[in-house]
Design a protein around this ligand. Structure first.
Ligand SMILES: Cc1cc2nc3c(=O)[nH]c(=O)nc-3n(C[C@H](O)[C@H](O)[C@H](O)COP(=O)(O)OP(=O)(O)OC[C@H]3O[C@@H](n4cnc5c(N)ncnc54)[C@H](O)[C@@H]3O)c2cc1C
Length: 823
């Protein structure tokens, strides 16, 4: 091995499959002077013992593209290096043992069509034909994906390493990184036992050690190891070769055939988190103690499903540590708090099948200075400080492992480590029948069980399904109250960023696509764009005074938005941004009777002249002094009341007391979502993200191309917005409403236009006022197509493998002219 260099362009930490893939992809992009440091030997962390299942259909378009790329890369890697990756496309068969699971698999079959992965349903007997070892008992059907399969994880890693070396990457084994160096908010290198290395870039691919390494750098990488078990049988001539990979999620099991043996792995519902202290410092190729008792139920179910197991012996019980994240999604990207420090970790049991695409995505991000694909769901900027809390992780991670094979029901919230963040109104809402769900650690009222139902002994609790869940009717009533009367939402989790300083206006003019050079008292809705006019943030900006603004954004994106704002504040500008989310509660009073409710409660006139839409006023409410913002995410007349958190309760009491006279109804997040869907309001992370062009998203009305060039230049993304305006749009965000009132939409359903799939829904909900499910989705179109051309077609939405006729609209189907907002 050559001597460790003193200075390089990039250090990759970790010689598992992810680190080797990142190094390979950087080299492929032409990066010189890249080194990879592995504290022991390549693959000796989690990678060596992976089962090697390779799946290609994931929960989103981007994640599927990443998995497909990873699978397709294997042949190329083999050809390039001569290392056999063992990739076999023997297909995969997932069985459903319940009608709910059948619905899930059917929806996946539809997603397969959308994302270009062949996937089809099979009957119980067809399932048995494909996998003769299974007992059909209780099987409702299955999903078969021919291009899926299995491979050798260690070999793929060695192939990445060899290909990387061939392109100039230097790999150092037995070289432990012991510290991260930084200066002025930027990484500058690493420490090792053999000395320090200066580097322009550092990439943390240290698997289950990535959290600790992140901590050295002040970067939050929330993950924890869990014990992941599989058993391997003796070889038997009765085990056919080339069986498809079998998944029986209802029995928490997966099965692969290898060399005439069966490997049976588990995602048991009560997974076991593994504290760092139980992973010996010097460990490599670690196999933890067995635990037959923990798996007794799963093993019994497996031997019923595969009767051959009663006849052949088990020769291996394997228990490997593997990193899981609290939301089950991997963590990738540049740390929001440290420039040029990148992370790719927390792969939740899909690191082998994801490695190729994840390595490419990260390398491209490093090269381009931002993500080149929509990585919102796995982006490190979603991680909040509490996510990295040790107790929180210890409580959540066992469940995260089990959720892997649990029913993937819509709106499913985890049941462990709850109550991390509660709003000041939490107990008030609980007393009034709130059923809580979770978002970014916040307990949010999803819906309310009315008093009469509580008196009958009903409980405010979720019972998940793919059909109408327990809350459907109640949320429908809340929705209608907002449309015809008045509803009160606790929106306190909204992210709030206070931006202050004598350059605050100039800074925001540079970052916002809308015009914020407005008098105090006004509010604008705006996007923050990247250089491609892709949407980095979607929020409102209220001008509080000549030098102070309040940015209001979603709870999930507040840290990401804060990081974007700080990063794009020009050097030396007099402008400070602070996250003040917890300082203020937000009580949103929405609906045609909101003016009536507030009149007399607040001390300002509420007429359109005195208090127009998109403005705010200081108000007294109860004993509190706060701000009323006249904006709405539900498409009705309404005000968001921002009051200091410590005064929220009496403001709430005053509203509720007064509300009795006007039929005020407490409303939850399901009603908020269904109302916004009727109004076609976009949701960041679903309908819009960094790869969605703001004009294609239909948000051109908020892009002020002609606003005067500011002190810090034109607003970010302006050139690309102008270019797209001239060149025409390649796709448009369209709203759909099903012709049939029965089916439900959740997102990822296929959009058919005249017998051709032209896109998929990015979100969906039930339009309780419109009377059917509504969805939003991008439709590809020639740049020359007019709105009329686009709509002059027959549209249908494919739901769980069945087409349902749908109406398409470029204007919101509810209140297209926005008259109700301004009423
Ligand atoms: C039982 C089991 C079955 C699995 N089956 C599958 C499957 O079928 N399909 C699939 O896709 N995935 C599967 N996985 C998951 C997969 O193995 C992981 O997601 C993947 O290996 C993670 O790779 P990694 O590179 O992130 O981590 P690792 O392989 O752990 O690599 C991280 C490396 O960083 C090194 N390191 C740590 N600290 C330092 C330091 N300070 N300095 C230098 N180096 C350091 C470690 O030594 C280690 O080698 C399975 C996992 C288990 C446990």
């Amino acid at each position: 091995m050559s001597e460790l260099p003193k200075q390089v362009r990039c250090v990759v930490i970790g010689g598992g499959i992810i680190g080797c893939s990142v190094a390979y992809h950087l080299a492929k992009l032409g990066w010189q002077d890249v080194i990879l440091l592995e504290r022991k030997r390549l693959t000796s962390g989690t990678t060596w013992h992976a089962a090697g299942l390779i799946g290609q259909l994931r929960s989103s378009s981007t994640l599927t593209k990443i998995a497909k790329y990873s699978a397709n890369l294997m042949a190329e890697l083999e050809a390039e290096t001569g290392v056999v990756t063992g990739f076999r496309q023997n297909g995969s068969l997932s069985l459903a043992l319940s009608r709910e699971r059948m619905q899930e698999l059917k929806r996946q079959a539809t997603m397969g069509k959308v994302f270009g992965v062949e996937a089809y349903m099979v009957s119980p007997s067809e399932a048995r034909d494909k996998h003769p070892l299974i007992d059909q008992k209780g099987v409702e059907g299955g999903l078969f994906i021919p291009a899926n399969g299995q491979a050798y994880p260690a070999n793929i890693t060695q192939a990445f390493a060899k290909a990387a070396r061939q392109r100039g990457v230097r790999i150092f084994e037995n070289t432990k990184v012991t510290g991260i160096r930084q200066a002025d908010g930027r990484v500058t290198g690493v420490d090792t036992a053999q000395g320090a290395i200066s580097a322009e870039y550092v990439v943390n691919c240290a698997g289950l050690w990535a959290r600790e390494i992140g901590r050295w750098a002040g970067v939050n990488v929330p993950l924890l190891a869990a014990e992941h078990f599989y058993v391997v049988t003796d070889a038997s001539p009765d085990i056919p070769r080339n069986l498809p990979v079998l998944r029986v999620p209802d029995e928490s099991a997966y099965v692969k055939e290898e060399a005439g043996k069966l490997l049976i792995g588990f995602f048991e519902p009560n997974g076991k988190a593994l504290p760092d202290s139980k992973i010996p410092e010097a460990s490599e190729f670690l196999n933890l103690p067995d635990d037959w008792e923990h798996l007794s139920r799963e093993l019994e179910l497996a031997s019923e499903r595969l009767p051959i197991l009663k006849r052949i012996g088990l020769h291996t019980f394997f228990n490997g540590p593997e990193s899981f994240t609290p939301d089950g999604r991997w963590v990738v990207g540049e740390a929001p708090t440290l420039r040029n420090f990148f992370v790719a970790a927390g792969f939740n049991s899909i690191g082998i099948q994801t490695a190729g695409g994840a390595g490419k995505a990260l390398a491209e991000w490093m090269e381009a200075g931002g993500p080149t694909m929509d990585l919102t769901s796995v982006d490190i900027r979603r991680c909040q400080p509490f996510h990295g809390n040790t107790t929180y992780l210890a409580d959540r991670i066992g469940e995260a492992l089990g959720l892997h094979y649990a029913d993937q029901f819509p709106h499913r919230a985890p049941s462990t480590a709850r109550g991390v963040r509660t709003t000041p109104l939490h107990d008030r809402l609980l007393e009034r029948g709130a059923c809580f769900t979770e978002a970014s650690g916040w307990e949010r009222a999803g819906w309310f069980l009315p008093e009469a139902a509580r008196d009958r002994g009903e409980k405010a609790e979720y019972r998940y399904s793919w059909g109408r869940q327990t809350w459907f009717g109640h949320a429908g009533e809340e929705h209608k109250a907002v449309r015809t009367g008045v509803g009160l939402f606790d929106l306190s989790p909204f992210g709030k960023i206070r931006v202050e300083g004598r350059d605050a206006e100039d800074v925001l003019q540079r970052i916002c696509a809308n015009d914020v050079a407005m008098p105090p008292g006004r509010i604008v809705y705006t996007q923050w764009l990247n250089g491609r006019a892709g949407i980095e943030a979607d929020l409102t900006v209220a001008r509080l005074s000549s030098d102070t603004f309040m940015v209001v954004t979603s709870s999930a994106t507040v840290l990401r938005d804060l990081a974007w704002l700080k990063r794009h504040t020009p050097e030396g500008a007099h402008c400070v941004a602070t996250d003040v989310t917890s300082a203020e509660a937000c009580l949103a009073v929405m609906g045609p009777r909101s003016r009536q409710l507030l009149a007399g409660l607040v001390d300002v006139p509420l007429s359109n002249d005195a208090f127009p839409f998109a403005s705010w006023r200081q108000v007294e409410i109860g004993y509190a002094v706060g701000r009323a913002h006249r904006v709405s995410y539900v498409g009705e007349l309404g005000w968001e009341l921002y009051v200091p958190s410590d005064m929220a309760r009496h403001a709430f009491d005053a509203l509720v007391e007064r509300g009795a006279d006007v039929g005020l109804r407490l409303c939850g997040s399901h009603a908020l979502d269904s109302c916004r869907m009727e109004k076609a309001y976009r949701h960041f992370g679903h309908d819009i993200a960094s790869t969605d062009h703001v004009l294609e998203a239909g948000l051109g009305f908020a892009v002020k191309i002609d606003k005067p060039r500011g002190r810090f230049g034109d607003f970010l993304g302006r050139d690309s917005a102008v270019a797209a305006k001239q060149a025409g749009l390649q796709r448009r965000l369209v709203q759909f409403m099903l012709a049939d009132a029965q089916p439900l939409l959740y997102g990822n359903e296929a959009i058919w236009r005249d017998d051709r799939i032209v896109g998929y829904l990015t979100s969906g909900a039930y339009g309780h006022h419109l009377g059917a499910a509504v969805g939003l989705g991008y439709v590809t179109c020639p740049a020359s197509a007019t709105a009329r051309d686009l709509l002059a077609s027959d549209y249908a939405i494919e739901v769980a493998n069945e087409k349902v006729a749908a109406r398409a609209s470029l204007e919101p189907l509810y209140d297209p002219k926005g008259e109700r907002l301004r009423g």
